[in-house]
Design a binder for this molecule. Structure first.
Ligand code: ARG
Ligand code: ZN
Length: 884
């Protein structure tokens, strides 16, 4: 279908976009207010006349009354900063439209119509990176959640599903590649060096899944044959020089496609799957139908420039976005309160995939660490919300660890309760029942309930209640009976002072101390506030292993002897539980140190027990180095702070560093031997070599913490002889914490070596901002003036300032300077990129849980931001919730 040019003269009724009111307190959107849209929009045609400075968009919508909604005599099309240059109804220019804020209201009689609206936008001026924006000379879109309304007027909500036809034209020299969703149907040459392409996506989709890309790109092309024998063309588009770094992404894509067929029975549904990498992107990636757009960070990888962790990140995000094709696109969300319907489920799917591709226990430990590092603090702070929130002011603020990671944990619990097979029956029913629909979390729960034959009545509380449950655990032994006493407490969260008990599935095992064995694992579910479970046949008191595999996303408070933790840390056959025992041992000790509960000799006894446990891990031949590496990591300062009602970051830092230094010197010979052994393993991507690289840098870091003789030289040696980024970055990280000529030398070398590679220069910024160096604050200030620093690129901003905000020593500097720097950043960044700016409010929002002096300084910075006025909806919502 050809789209005729619409007359471009404004018709006199135009309201200047800039004159639209920006209310100070943005309105609250509530889940309970959901109503279906009054109109269906079965077909959309978009015609783009592309230019970096100015792009003209003609949108043609077929609309019809929605029989399932109230009739209406107008249609409301959402806009954001747009001006309607021309409005047509059924081919006639009309002037009876009006503006309500940024929305366009057009009167319509109650039958089918064709609407056509012309808008003009400025991609190059779009620094918020929502809608159509320019990045490195190319044009690309990000529409989720509400970016489409920055391109054209539209019912920009996920329950309006349309088929899209997209025509675009532009200068061939600037935009040799023209992409959109679905299939390429026609292309040709135009006048004056232009060319055009026409794309059609046969699958109805909401506007947030629309995408367009135009630029000078090259592709890594491959193909995949689906389980029913259809051939799918695969392309990963990047800028010219980046092609050699796309191999891992392509392999990951093919593995994801095969895995989803095998494990969830999901086949791809178009003949083409395109991925485009862009360097300016607010998030990780976006699952637009048939045209995924990725942050370069999650596409480009080779051993010289990407760490093993980066390789895993690429594999996981490629899988995540690919899996959205079913969990998100074929079945989408009714409204944004249902975001976890697609995100929680898709995160679970990508976690299970990564578990299958690599080490299952190591992946589980990593995922739990992310949950505890990001989601637990969210759940216990001012921004706490259920995985299905009840209200929001700016939806971008709800792309959170709670929606994503806790959402995944909640679905994982369902899977643990019914088992893999029945879970699959549940997801089959879900996809079957809701294919082509915009569904709700309740639809998902119901489908699992019916398909897996699982009673989820009480379980629904996991969707409505925020807060991390605390489970207190005590094991009693009497005669030959062991009795497990459990109680749960779900803490109050904003807007939810009272909570009901939730069903908490706990995998447990009872170990015989003598034999080191147990009689099998059991799943028990705590459904009441308090309950007891008895187990017979225990002549002696067993050792309890609980929440094995982290079967429930809760905090376990166990009344357990230190000896039992040492036993579990050495003998538990569940790798997660074993890891956990060692973590608990360390947490218990450090809390005692911080609280001043220990005299010198008690402290030494505690340290010795930990050193002995770590030493046993070093010597254990039954675990591989990847797992060993996990066991060697001490709980983070953030995690320690989270276990305390009110934390003193200075005291936590001192205690944890003190223990690291002790372990560094106490086990010096073992660290050196480990470093040497690991250094002799040649580079490869197999588990053994990856494990070796992981423990190698851990060993080096412990030696550095202990400040043992020759550690700078050893680190420099690892740095300069590295044949891969994992080793090189690891050594540079260690050197960055130290103060010496090797530090400067390595930083300079690294910069010169990689100055043309933005992703590696991001590492260079973040290693310095995360450094334990006493002058880290000064370093960050200087780096903000570095010619390669810019507020316009989210990756660069995050590398410098997120690194800094998670560096407890620097961020929590007693002077308050760290807080001031983050507050200044928020105010500077907000007008440029509100979505990214708002993310930096979170660290300051922790003020209630920090000791009084620092707390007051943090709060004062938040108040300063709130007083600034003219804040974005994103930042103002986060600041007011953080102060509220
Ligand atoms: N749906 C994307 C994902 O895969 C996230 C995109 C969110 N983008 C945004 N600007 N809020 O998780
Ligand atoms: Zn996602």
């Amino acid at each position: 279908m050809d789209i005729a040019r619409t007359p471009s003269s404004p018709d006199g009724n135009t309201v200047m976009a800039d004159a639209a009111p920006t209310p100070h307190e943005p309105p609250v959107i509530r889940r309970e207010d959901y109503k279906p849209f009054e109109w269906l929009v079965p077909e959309v045609s978009l015609d783009f006349d592309l230019g970096l400075g100015s792009t003209r968009v003609v949108a043609t919508l077929s609309v019809a009354p929605n029989a399932k909604a109230d009739p209406s005599t107008t249609i409301r099309l959402n806009g954001d900063g747009l001006e309607p240059l021309a409005v047509q109804v059924d081919g006639e220019i009309v002037s009876d439209w009006s503006m309500d804020g940024y929305d366009l209201i057009i009167p319509l009689t109650g039958e089918g119509h064709e609407l056509r609206v012309t808008t003009q936008i400025s991609p190059a001026a779009n620094s918020a990176l929502m809608g159509l924006f320019a990045s490195n000379g190319m044009l690309c879109t990000q529409c989720e959640a509400e970016g489409f309304r920055r391109i054209t007027f539209f019912p920009d909500r996920p329950d309006v599903l349309s088929t899209y036809r997209v025509r675009m034209s532009g200068l061939k020299a600037h935009f040799p590649v023209l992409l959109s969703n679905g299939n390429l149907e026609a292309q040709g040459e135009g006048e004056d060096g232009t060319h055009w392409a026409e794309w059609h996506d046969p699958w109805p989709k909401p506007s947030y899944l629309f995408a367009l890309v135009a630029g000078d790109l090259v592709a890594n092309s491959d193909s995949f044959t689906t389980m029913s024998g259809r051939e799918v063309a695969l392309n990963i588009y990047v800028r010219d020089g980046d092609l050699p770094r796309t191999g891992h992404a392509m392999e990951s894509l093919k593995k994801s496609m095969r895995w989803d067929e095998k494990v969830f029975g999901r086949e791809y549904d178009l003949d083409l799957f395109n991925i485009v990498a862009v360097s300016d992107f607010n998030m990780g990636a976006m699952e637009n139908k048939g045209l995924n757009v990725f942050n370069t960070k999650y596409v480009l990888a080779d051993p010289d420039t990407a760490t093993d962790g980066d390789f895993d990140g690429v594999e996981g995000v490629i899988a995540h976005e690919y899996f959205h094709n079913w969990s998100g696109n074929r079945v989408t969300c009714r409204d944004w309160f249902q975001l976890s319907l697609k995100e929680g489920f898709t995160v679970l799917r990508d976690q299970l995939f990564s578990q299958d591709m690599g080490s299952e226990p190591v992946k589980r430990i990593e995922d739990v660490r992310v949950l505890r590092g990001a989601q637990f603090p969210e759940d216990s702070g001012p921004l706490a919300h259920p995985i299905r929130p009840d209200s929001y002011r700016e939806i971008s603020n709800f792309y959170t660890a709670t929606i994503y990671n806790k959402g995944a944990e909640v679905i994982r619990m369902m899977r643990s309760m019914c088992g893999e097979e029945r879970f699959r029956a549940g997801t089959d029913l879900y996809f079957d029942r809701h294919d082509g629909e915009a569904a709700t979390c309740e639809d998902f729960v119901k489908a699992i309930e019916d398909g897996a034959e699982l009673d989820l009545e009480q379980f629904r509380l996991w969707y409505s209640q925020a807060g991390t449950p605390k489970v207190s655990v005590r094991l009693e032994h009497d005669g030959d009976t062991a009795t497990l006493h459990l109680s749960q407490d779900v803490p109050p969260t904003p807007g939810q002072p009272e909570k009901q008990p939730m069903p908490i599935p706990l995998r447990i095992a009872l170990f015989d101390r003598e034999s080191g064995k147990h009689d099998g694992e059991q799943l028990i579910t705590l459904t009441k506030a308090q309950d007891s479970f008895s187990f017979e046949g225990f002549a002696t008191k067993p050792v309890l292993s609980i929440n094995r595999g982290f079967s429930a996303p809760v905090v376990i408070e166990r009344d357990i002897a230190q000896d039992d933790l040492v036993f579990l840390a050495a003998h538990d056959d569940d790798p997660f539980a074993r890891y956990e025992a060692l973590q608990d041992l360390v947490v218990g000790h450090l809390k005692d140190v911080i609280d001043g509960n220990l005299d010198d000799s008690e402290r030494d006894t505690g340290r010795q027990a930990i050193a002995a446990a770590i030493s046993a891990v070093l010597d254990d031949e039954h675990i591989d180095d990847l797992m060993r590496g996990e066991m060697l990591l001490l709980p983070s300062e953030g995690y320690l702070a989270e276990t305390m009602l009110v934390a003193d970051p200075g005291a936590i830092h001192e205690a944890r560093q003190g223990l690291r230094a002790y372990l560094g010197t106490q086990l010096e010979e073992a660290w050196k031997a480990l470093h040497q052994r690991a250094s002799s393993v040649p580079f490869s991507h197999d588990a053994e070599a990856r494990g070796a690289r992981k423990v190698k840098t851990h060993a080096l870091a412990y030696l550095a913490a202990g400040d043992v003789d020759g550690v700078q030289e050893l680190a420099w040696e690892q740095y300069s002889s590295a044949d891969n980024m994992t080793d090189r970055q690891g050594a540079l990280m260690v050197l960055c914490n130290l103060d010496g000529p090797e530090r400067t030398r390595a930083l300079l070398d690294f910069y010169n070596r990689y100055k043309d590679n933005a992703l590696v220069i991001d590492k260079w910024f973040s290693l310095q901002s995360m450094s334990l160096h006493p002058n880290a604050i000064e370093h960050v200030k200087a780096l903000a003036d570095h010619p390669q620093f810019t507020l316009k690129n989210p990756n660069r901003v995050r590398s410098l300032y997120m690194g800094f905000a998670v560096n407890p020593q620097a961020f929590h500097d007693a002077s308050g300077e760290g807080y001031r720097m983050i507050a200044d950043l928020i105010l500077q960044l907000d007008p440029i990129n509100p979505q990214t700016a708002a993310r930096f409010v979170t660290p300051l929002g922790r003020w209630r849980r920090i000791e009084p002096k620092r707390s007051a300084l943090m709060k004062a910075e938040l108040e300063q931001i709130a007083a600034a006025g003219d804040l974005s909806r994103d930042t103002s919502e986060q600041v007011s919730r953080s102060l509220g």
